[in-house]
Design a protein around this ligand. Structure first.
Ligand code: BEZ
Length: 218
């Protein structure tokens, strides 16, 4: 009992390599690390198939799926439901709501993956995953994670925005300010020496002060 609680409370930390696993999905069996190889990944959990908020989320995830693919991001869902339930739900979404769900969904009746990833929050629900999202980079490292409760659906535009921000930071070695959108100015990393601080002000950046400089990237 104590062990199970400890495992359920394990939270993945930003910068760590994410746990690998083998599983069944609606697109067939996968070894996660091989499926994810050389791609960014958004792994998300939802509480249950055939529930209304989750249905709206699945349709919204499908809506951003082409944009994710353009950014080399693979998308995969998970819930504590069977493969048959997933397949049936996806068929229902297509039949009743006209939306073809193209990304795979993990079967996790054993809760093995959900526990490894800290998706079960017993104070919220002991048998269903919360609405977790894990942003994983091509090095298989966790870049960000979010948790939402069962009652509220997530904002897909923020997922695209944060992927754009990560990819911009990696490519240009910059940070991004609050509410950044692609095309906005980015933050130049602060100087680490007094001499660099002096130099920084003459480098043509848009500086409010020596530690706070922005630039636009082409
Ligand atoms: C929903 O997706 O609608 C939902 C799922 C679990 C609990 C409450 C709502």
């Amino acid at each position: 009992m104590e062990e199970a609680q400890t495992v359920e409370k394990r939270m993945l930390l930003i910068g760590e390599e994410v746990p690998d696993f083998e599983t069944e999905t609606t697109h067939g069996p996968i070894k996660f690390s091989e499926w994810a190889k050389d791609s960014w990944v958004i792994l998300f959990s939802h509480p249950a198939d055939f529930t209304p908020v989750c249905t709206t989320e699945f349709m919204a995830f499908q809506d951003i799926y082409p944009e994710l693919k353009k950014r080399n991001v693979k998308l995969i869902g998970l819930s504590i439901d069977s493969l048959y339930s997933h397949i049936s739900w996806v068929r229902t979404i297509k039949e009743k709501l006209g939306k073809d769900i193209e990304f795979p969904i993990i079967e996790d009746l054993s809760m093995d993956v959900a526990r490894k990833y800290g998706m079960i929050h017993p104070a919220e629900n002991a048998t269903a995953a919360v609405r977790a999202v894990f942003f994983i980079d091509p090095e298989f490292k966790l870049r960000a994670l979010i948790y939402y409760p069962l009652s509220n659906g997530r904002n897909m535009q923020e997922f695209l925005r944060i992927i754009d921000a990560f990819q911009t930071s990696d490519k240009h070695k910059v940070a991004t300010p609050a509410n950044w959108q692609p095309g906005d100015a980015v933050i130049v990393p602060p100087p680490k020496t007094q001499a660099d601080a002096e130099k920084r002000l003459k480098e043509g950046y848009d500086c409010a002060d020596w530690f706070f400089c922005k630039k636009t990237i082409e």
